[in-house]
Design a protein around this ligand. Structure first.
Ligand code: CTP
Length: 399
């Protein structure tokens, strides 16, 4: 049975979709899980505790002012293997994102040591609101697994995204999550991300337009999958994930990035090099700000930076896996293949600034993944979140 010996806290919040929680609960119990239901006050208007208590075989918890339950919120979070909140309303997602505690469910979430998965459900307009989308990205950064919503007719009469995923689908996602968690736990992954800045003088640098978003999404996805993550991040203004399994190393230049990678070279199982490392740097940065007076031109002498991908590729042990990126504007697959061979990579992710809303700076990316055997998987344009999921899945399949 897929969930035998699994202890699941099922959080149910105030959404019309709460009626589907009964089916979800039934599927979890049938799969062998021990389930403790926590309902918010608002959820009781949509589904009665008697139904849920009967299906789970345990009294439903919801009041936090009862002394025994309030004291137990910490114990509950420690007891469970996963906290699954389905449906998760816009209101509860907002409170979780901002650390607000006003009921038992939010208290359990904030003190839980187990992974949390949420299956959002709301009206399409609420789903589309920037506040909701910001809350979801905050939760993602905090390591919460946000399950996809369905699209279609909504209880409000609107059509669009925001439907609770079907219970069968939620169960599949939870099962896949547990599988990943056990197979990948304790594997160490190092991700380079962002641009590098190469100093010309104390106030100027040579850089590029990389935002770091793709690498940060990869780090978030890796954390959700249970990996220990080292994120070596060049200058980027993007918010970074927060987790006790994340070691965030901020660097500025290619040489600093190399030093950070060197420190983790032997302990790493998987390298994903998403950084746009400057190929060249000024040989000797000026000690003082370069003045323009009296100059008609300025020549900089550049020297080559170390190629981190090639360096790791040449030094990696057989158990270590190297995934690189290729940003190409022409002959995409041929150039990527040559790059993969030259740098001894196991996998290469191809993207192109020629594609609309892809690569540098965008939240979406159109990628293709090429492996050593020549197998190529091409994707349509998708969120960098989904691209990160596809990349990590491709790596996990080849470990
Ligand atoms: N890379 C690296 N260190 C460098 C340059 C690149 O680790 N000094 C990595 C990138 O993070 C990426 C891969 O190598 O994973 C490909 O980088 P790219 O710049 O596209 O390749 P180059 O070999 O530099 O080729 P070109 O710029 O000529 O396309």
């Amino acid at each position: 049975m897929p969930f035998s010996n699994r202890r699941i806290l099922l959080g149910i919040t105030g959404s019309i979709a709460a009626y589907k929680s009964a089916i979800l609960l039934r599927l979890l119990v049938k799969g062998g899980a021990e389930v403790q239901v926590i309902q918010t006050e608002a959820a009781r208007d949509f589904i009665g505790p008697l139904t849920l208590a009967t299906l789970s075989g345990k009294p439903v918890l919801s009041e936090m002012h009862l002394d025994d339950q309030w004291a137990n919120h910490v114990a509950l979070g420690h007891w469970a293997d996963a906290l699954l909140i389905a449906p998760a309303s816009a209101n509860t997602l907002g409170k979780m994102a901002h650390g607000l505690v006003d009921n038992l469910l939010t208290a359990v979430y904030l003190s839980a040591k187990c992974p949390t998965l949420v299956a959002p459900a709301m009206d399409a307009d609420m789903w589309d609101h920037p506040a909701t989308q910001d809350n979801l990205s905050i939760l993602s950064r905090h390591g919460v697994v946000v399950l996809p919503v369905g699209e279609g007719p909504l209880a409000s009469g609107l059509e669009g995204p925001g439907r609770l995923a079907e219970p069968e689908h939620i169960v599949e996602e939870l099962q896949a999550f547990f599988q990943r968690d056990t197979s990948l736990a304790k594997k160490k992954i190092l991700i380079t991300a962002g641009p590098t800045h190469e100093a010309i003088d104390p106030v100027r640098f040579i850089g590029n337009h990389s935002s770091g978003k793709m690498g940060i999404r990869l780090a978030e996805e890796a954390l959700r999958n249970g990996y220990e993550v080292v994120l070596v991040l060049g200058p980027s203004s993007e918010p970074t994930p927060v987790s006790n399994r994340l070691n965030l190393v901020r660097v500025t230049s290619a040489l600093e990035m190399q030093e950070a990678v060197r420190q983790h070279l032997h302990a790493t199982d998987i390298f994903i090099l998403a950084a746009a490392v400057a190929d060249f740097r000024p040989d000797v940065p000026a000690a003082q700000k370069i003045k323009k007076e009296g100059r008609q031109s300025l020549a900089l002498n550049l020297v080559a930076n170390p190629d981190l991908a090639a360096w790791i590729g040449n030094n990696k042990k057989p158990h270590q896996f190297l995934c690189g990126f290729a940003l190409e504007t022409e002959n995409l697959v041929e150039n990527a293949r040559a790059k993969m061979d030259k740098k001894n990579m196991d996998l290469i992710v191809i993207n192109s600034p020629n594609d609309a809303q892809s690569a540098f700076g965008y939240d979406t990316n159109k990628i293709a993944i090429l492996d050593k055997s020549g197998k190529l998987i091409s994707f349509e344009r998708q969120s960098k979140n989904d691209a990160a999921r596809a990349i990590l899945q491709a790596i996990a399949e080849r470990l």
